[in-house]
Design a binder for this molecule. Structure first.
Ligand code: FES
Length: 112
């Protein structure tokens, strides 16, 4: 079972967190199950960028991003080379270090 080290985020997890989550689960679900209330404005359908995370360690162990995910990531705030949309990340067997960017661009927030 991979262990996810979450770096501190001012509002979502001020002290950071360490999460155990089963391989095969999406990173977004693993965070939500651990009470890290990451935004997921499109309900995890790869249509927004609010679930954007930066994978600080373990990026290579993950499934490849689809073209659609890459197109969306281009619009994400704070894009980095190891950025992913957490609802599209399927956990592998390797441990990871994950950072949630400070801001999101929430085009769908008026629907919530
Ligand atoms: S929740 Fe919208 S892309 Fe992940």
């Amino acid at each position: 079972m991979p262990q996810i080290v979450l770096l501190p985020h001012a509002t979502l997890c001020p002290d950071g967190a360490v999460i155990d989550a089963p391989a095969g689960k999406t990173l977004c679900d693993a965070l939500l199950d651990s009470d890290v209330d990451i935004e997921h404005a499109c309900e995890k359908s790869c249509a927004c960028t609010t679930c954007h995370v930066v994978i600080r360690e373990g990026y290579e162990s993950l499934n490849e991003p689809t073209e659609k995910e890459e197109d969306l990531l281009d619009k994400a705030w704070g894009l980095e080379a190891t950025s992913r949309l957490s609802c599209q990340v399927v956990l592998g067997d390797d441990d990871m270090v994950v950072e949630i960017p400070k801001y999101t661009i929430n085009h769908a927030s008026e629907h919530h």
